[in-house]
Write a protein that binds this ligand. Structure first.
Ligand code: NAI
Length: 330
């Protein structure tokens, strides 16, 4: 029997948490032969509800689930974790200034960074989902200097999957036959969903999405805004933000990171920039990456046209501003 892997989910009593923990316990994140121990953290007002989630996990009798900790104690939550999925954060409420929301999240991520640094496994992999995801991840990286920066990432896989979904709907092909879209930049409405390198597997081999869609105007306008604004469209329809698709994307992100991306396929991940593609180094920016043996690497050498350049810089600018704002909250 394999040793269990310990997975921390913060904000586990929330919406995404409720969708995510059963996926993890079923092996959708780490594989169907990998036992897991779940650590669920939330804050005092949600403690009762978190207990209820733990009861349901027990009642679901998941064969892979070897233990469940439900706690409001961040030290207990972080103890020996191998994977940390950060859903917990302070949501923007009506009438709140950006600076106030940022300030709350900066203090949460600063504190949780220290707890992870002190108590998590040395090679812990971190995925920040809570918004502002890129900047929360940046704060976490700053305040957990002993965690390798390659181990701190944020979620843009949902945006990536949304882009695959739009192409698949447009062309009426299976979503699994579409690959290598890219989400560049921030997980926000300035993100740039790029199809210039995306391909579709057909009975005649790989075909560029640009060739199959033909409608450049759709690709350059409506496709981009649909992906950028999809989160808002879900809120409008559901009166709640995306939860099942976010949970599913979080599983995809960790699974590919740990178990590797298929040959010839890349995915989008928010990772720290080393300056490649002209993106200011040190930002947490979404890039196309391949993963192998538990490590991501940015796909190098893709040709960037002027249209893309402008959009990649615009979303980088927003991240630079967010970083400034975050730093001013410290
Ligand atoms: P939610 O509000 O239902 O759940 C958040 C949970 O976090 C709550 O249970 C809350 O009590 C808890 N929490 C607050 N402060 C905490 C702290 N200091 N420590 C631990 N837990 C804490 O929100 P939902 O819908 O589950 O979304 C979670 C986050 O993910 C939000 O920030 C949302 O904006 C973000 N999100 C990001 C996406 C992405 O693609 N990166 C997609 C969808 C949502």
């Amino acid at each position: 029997d394999k040793e269990p892997v310990t997975v921390l989910v913060t904000g586990a009593a929330g919406q995404i948490g409720y969708a995510l923990v059963p996926m993890i316990a079923r092996g959708l994140m780490l594989g169907s032969n990998q036992p897991v121990i779940l650590h669920m953290l939330d804050i005092e007002p949600a403690a009762e509800s978190l207990k209820g989630v733990k009861m349901e996990l027990i009642d679901a009798a998941f064969p892979l689930l070897r233990g469940v900790v439900a706690t409001t104690d961040v030290v207990e939550a972080c103890k020996d974790v191998n994977i940390a999925v950060m859903l917990g954060g302070f949501p923007r409420k009506e009438g709140m200034e950006r600076k106030d929301v940022m300030s709350k999240n900066v203090s949460i991520y600063k504190a949780q960074a220290s707890a992870l640094e002190e108590h998590a496994a040395a090679d812990c992999k971190v995925l920040v989902v809570a918004n502002p995801a890129n900047t929360n991840a940046l704060i976490l990286k700053e305040f957990a200097p002993s965690i390798p920066e390659k181990n701190i990432t944020c979620l843009t896989r949902l945006d990536h999957n949304r882009a695959l979904g739009q192409i698949s709907e447009k062309l009426n092909v299976h979503v699994s036959d579409v690959k290598n879209v890219i989400i560049w930049g921030n997980h926000s409405s300035t993100q740039y969903p790029d199809v210039n390198h995306a391909v579709v597997t057909t009975s005649n081999g790989h075909k560029p999405v640009r060739e199959l869609v033909a409608d450049d105007n759709w690709l350059n306008t409506e496709f981009i805004t649909t992906v950028q604004e999809r989160g808002g469209a879900i809120i409008k329809a559901r009166k709640l933000s995306s939860a099942l698709s976010a949970a599913s994307a979080a599983c995809d992100h960790i699974r590919d990171w740990v178990l590797g991306t298929p040959k010839g396929t890349w995915v989008s991940m928010g990772v720290y920039s080393d300056g490649c593609y002209g993106i200011q180094s040190g930002l947490i920016y979404s890039f196309p990456v391949t993963c192998d043996k538990g490590e991501w690497n940015i796909v190098q050498g893709l040709k960037i046209d002027e249209f893309s350049r402008e959009k990649m810089d615009k979303t980088a600018q927003e991240l630079i501003q967010e970083k400034k704002l975050a730093m001013s909250c410290l």
